[in-house]
Design a binder for this molecule. Structure first.
Ligand SMILES: [Ca+2]
Ligand SMILES: [Ca+2]
Ligand SMILES: [Ca+2]
Ligand SMILES: [Ca+2]
Length: 336
């Protein structure tokens, strides 16, 4: 049997005082209860708030994952750009899913089902997006071989830029807008461009979508709806011009200059060795330097002309406009 807890007279007086106050408050109406209607309204409002909150959770989660994945793509891009600056070439895709780039001899192992996996282990970064799906990757063939290095990287980049974007001869990979059919080429000029590399997150559905989903190397442009959570692929491209702007300047960029048969040249002007021309006689010329050129072999006496190759405007390059250009110039090129 429980013993009653002794209550002091003082405590009893306090309890009595408080219950009298509560009674008075209820009587005055300031603490009267809710009516059933009021209670129903409150419950409806609470229900609505819970509903709105629950509906917002999904989109907010998507938004967070989208932003995380964009961040992953940005970091992947930075890693590729750093690799290109330090190694003088772009990394190859990973074709056997171990995260390491794959080469066969000096060139990338062919990716059987592009885009293959991003070589995140080679680049020493995280290789997945916010949905834990591997990032995908493709890179332009002219900048990935190990024969491309710090010495010839910039001229290879220039050659790629000057060869790119012309009809069926387009260098791959490319990104195109929704108006361009998925046929592995920039079908209509202006609908897309050649990229140094493309990095893709498969998005919420963890599946390649749209032009990214087939085996060719034409991909969605980032500005297309595929850069959103609804259509579900995130495409990050690395423009050739961006690599050029970051890593190349007039002192580390050279032109491959050919000397025609029965002609001769000194490259650079004055200090260069005399080269008699022929089918495959060439020299590398830093931008902004001069070529002494003779209409005869042996560089006799004063040169016939001295040419300055100052810029790499497309008119500096062989081949008429609109055709595939080889990224090289003749020593007697007066088209500069
Ligand atoms: Ca690999
Ligand atoms: Ca196309
Ligand atoms: Ca495609
Ligand atoms: Ca997708």
């Amino acid at each position: 049997m429980e013993c009653p807890v002794p209550v002091s007279r003082k405590t009893n007086r306090k309890i009595s005082f408080l219950s009298n106050r509560v009674r008075r408050l209820l009587k005055s109406g300031s603490m009267r209860g809710f009516t059933l209607v009021e209670l129903a309204i409150v419950l409806i409002i609470v229900g609505l708030l819970i509903g709105v909150g629950a509906n917002m959770v999904g989109p907010l989660t998507k938004r967070v994952k989208l932003n995380e994945s964009r961040d992953d793509l940005n970091k992947a891009k930075e890693a590729v750009v750093s690799f290109s600056m330090s190694r003088g070439r772009l990394p190859c895709p990973d074709v056997n899913n171990d995260g390491l780039e794959d080469l066969t001899g000096a060139v990338c192992t062919a990716c059987p089902n592009p885009p293959c996996r991003f070589p995140n282990v080679t680049l020493n970064i995280k290789g997945t997006d916010a949905w834990q799906s591997f990032l995908r990757y493709d890179a332009v063939d002219t900048l990935t071989p190990t024969t491309i290095n710090s010495q010839n990287y910039c001229v290879a980049l220039y050659e790629t830029i000057n060869n790119a974007g012309i009809g069926a001869n387009t260098i791959l990979p490319i990104v195109t807008n929704t108006a361009d059919p998925d046929d592995n080429q920039i079908t209509t000029a202006g609908n897309g461009y050649t990229v140094a590399a493309v990095i893709i997150s498969t998005g919420e559905d963890v599946t390649l979508t749209g032009k990214n989903s087939n085996n060719n190397r034409e991909y969605e442009m980032a500005s297309n709806p595929f850069d959103d959570v609804v259509r579900n692929d995130l495409v990050m491209d690395i423009p050739l011009g961006e690599l050029m702007g970051k890593g190349c300047n007039s002192s580390n960029t050279v032109l491959k200059v050919y000397i025609p048969a029965a002609r001769s040249a000194k490259i650079p002007s004055g200090s260069g060795t005399c080269l008699d021309g022929g089918a495959a006689v060439f020299a590398y010329l830093p931008l902004n330097s001069n070529v002494d050129y003779w209409n005869a072999i042996g560089c006799p006496a004063a040169p016939t002309a001295t040419y300055t190759f100052q810029t790499l405007a497309t008119t500096d390059w062989n081949g008429p406009a609109g055709t595939r250009r080889n990224g090289e110039v003749n020593a007697n090129n007066t088209d500069h």
